[in-house]
Design a protein around this ligand. Structure first.
Ligand code: PBG
Length: 325
């Protein structure tokens, strides 16, 4: 196996040959576009730290959802900004909530688009934590019922997939049981199984107005230093009934994506999060990197690591670029 018999450059001579032997073929088929729904009508408010991404009222949301579907992107995931926040995140699970109305409207406008909903209380609670609080403690078990109610309310309006991102123990089973008992056995669960306590969520918390008012999320989200624990989290969520499992963020955790892919025979998703997006946008705006090239490289690397589904704010740009390829 040595030179001059072997010359790897033979297979890199031109684009046609490179294309023939390419191992990872990025395609729009695995893209999910995250969207933020807010109250009102005619509202489209760009998020400062996420150029191109906006908080939108249901009417504007539907307009963009049509554009997304026309681009061949198969799915969107919805996050909500409620009218009012309270201790128990009440607007997370009411029928007239923003996400519930958003799901219904998108399903009506574009039945071909897969609608995923984020299931978590942090956007809806006054304290900004993902669970119910007592004093300074985030309570696990009392939160489960609220999350299950939230998932059920999304299912009632037509969500195909619900995606719990709260990291409470036992939430997948609680949601599965509630959906099954309420006549929604076909609604799937995409669990944020290995969700790390990450600094890369910064811009999202501006977009979703969901920053914790005190403390941080270390008592429920995973320690970035742990890899084996991710496999345990995935095992538990699969036992609870998860259909798709997710690793989040993506780039700093590609080793986790890879390990999860190698260990489990279920669809694996990765979330290329807000901070990863903001860094690319900021550097590109300064002319320090070539945006298209870098975004395609990032997307390819996430798929190469083993994620067949990628949630990314770059989805529309990627769909345009991949169409032109
Ligand atoms: C809700 C949630 C968060 C993200 C997705 N769902 C924020 C958080 O956990 O603080 C982050 C997504 C992103 O940064 O793009 N819990």
């Amino acid at each position: 196996m040595s030179f001059p018999t072997h010359r790897p450059r033979r297979l890199r001579r031109n684009e046609a040959i490179r294309s023939l032997v390419r191992e990872t073929r990025p395609s729009t088929a695995g893209l999910v576009y995250p969207m933020f729904v807010c109250p009102g009508t005619g509202v489209r408010a760009e998020v400062n730290s996420m150029p191109g991404i906006a908080q939108q009222s249901v009417d504007k949301l539907v307009e963009e959802a049509r554009e997304v579907a026309d681009l061949g992107i198969p799915a969107v995931i919805l996050f909500g900004l409620p009218e009012h926040k309270d201790e128990k995140g009440s607007e997370a699970y009411i029928a007239s909530g923003v996400v519930q109305r958003g799901v219904e409207a998108i399903r009506k406008a574009r039945p071909d688009l897969v609608v995923i909903t984020d299931v978590c209380l942090c956007e809806y609670t006054s304290h900004g934590h993902c669970g119910v609080m007592r004093n300074d403690e985030i309570l696990n078990d009392p939160t489960l019922d609220l999350l299950a109610e939230m998932a059920l309310s999304h299912a009632r309006d037509g969500a195909h997939i619900v995606a719990p991102s709260d990291m409470m123990d036992g939430r997948v089973a609680a949601i599965r049981q509630k959906l099954d008992a309420s006549g929604f056995p076909d609604v799937a669960i995409l669990s944020y199984a290995a969700k790390y306590c990450s600094g890369f969520y910064g811009p999202f918390r501006e977009a979703a107005q969901s920053a914790p008012q005190s403390g941080d999320r270390r008592s429920y989200q995973m320690d970035p230093a742990n890899a084996r624990e991710a496999l345990k989290e995935v095992t538990l969520d699969l036992e609870g009934g998860a259909d798709i499992i997710m690793v989040k963020p993506a780039l700093p955790y590609l080793d986790i994506v890879h390990r999860v892919r190698e260990t489990f025979d279920v669809p694996v998703a990765a979330y290329n999060v807000s901070g990863e997006y903001a860094m690319v946008k900021a550097a590109a705006r300064n002319g320090w990197i070539e945006e298209k090239r870098v975004v395609l490289e990032i997307f390819t690397s996430i798929q190469r690591a083993g994620a067949s589904i990628v949630l990314t704010y770059h989805a529309k740009d990627l769909a345009h670029w991949l169409k032109a390829c």
